[in-house]
Design a protein around this ligand. Sequence first.
Ligand code: URA
Length: 422
Amino acid sequence: FDVVDLIGRKRFAGQLSDPEIAWLVDAFTRGVVAPEQMSSLLMAIVIQGMERGEIRALTDAIIASGERMDFSGLGRPAIDKHSTGGVGDKTTLPLVPLLASLGVAVPQLSGRGLGHTGGTLDKLESIPGWRAELTNDEMTAMLREIGGVICAAGSGLAPADKKLYALRDVTGTVAAVPLIASSIMSKKIAEGAGGLVLDVKFGSGAFLPSVADAQELARTMVDLGTDSGLPTVALLTDMDAPLGRAVGNANEVRESVEVLAGGGPADTVALTLALAREMLDLAGLGDVDPAPALSDGRAMDAWRRMISAQGGDPDAPLPVARETEIVRADRDGEIARVDARAVGVGAWRLGAGRVRPGDPVDHAAGVEVLVRPGDRVREGDALFEVSCDNAGRLARGLEALGTAIEWGAAPERPLVAGRVTA
Ligand code: URA
């Protein structure tokens, strides 16, 4: 095949065949198709889209670039979960031990944050001693003995996606349904779980803010899972305001531990339980109510075992920043919106996120969101508590937060706005 021909065809909205797509992904992974050629093709896909069959072929080609895992012999149903990412979205942290405590195995291969959204591994690395890298054997042992593991994806899983994602990240080609869907689902299908629950976010803090795009992404991913024999269900959930109060790393771990102790913010608990119910359903345990395990200590026990198994000390104090500053209301009024993207950018500039892959993150930096849409506040009331050790970063974080509050009547926005099934 000639890559220039294929770029030209996609540019004019033509379709690529299965063998052409398989060749492209393989040739790019081997370095035969150059990054500048692939980025040109990716931009043509962003603009012209892909048909269902093309998205399938792309997903299959990415899977074929690496190993396939198998969690069928654990003696527990293996059910996976994926969130498309958001601001303050720490649900993986309470959800995995919760499901583990109820007899499900959850292999959670997670990533690091880039841009305004956080990464689960960065959050957990604020726990002293905790390590993200495990061998496949260590992972399987944790799934067998505890039922849950949250760790970094090994280099053997979908290597083509790693290379493609790194290119998309620097060429403005992340936000497109065919590319996001194939990237996420290739990894999930290769992981070999028996079921998958997707938390597809919309709203300002999501990769794809519009509900229509999120709906299309959810439908595309559910179809890809179903076509590959992986039972998949998606919830469409609101990410217009940050989830919970904590946005950062150590503070999100602290808030997750509150949820595991039977407390925590109502939205974080509600989303954790909604996702848990879907996962239990796929595991054939639809009659189990997950809520009691959050208040009777079972989920907390599983959390402590999971953290210890990866070298972490569940009792160690988490890092705290030396400086905190309170942002106060400059008027009386009702909060119409707390813009998740502005809060995410604020936390990122404070040092909770990174600018380039491999940069260190400041585990203590972050934002506590003290108000919700619909709250009525008085001039001088606290809106945000901002933590950071670096004066320059503090100023940049505060500047981003300056646009986060919109005043006026708050519209009704349900947290779970829809459900997509096969
Ligand atoms: N997460 C992924 O793994 N891939 C994408 O393309 C976007 C989010």
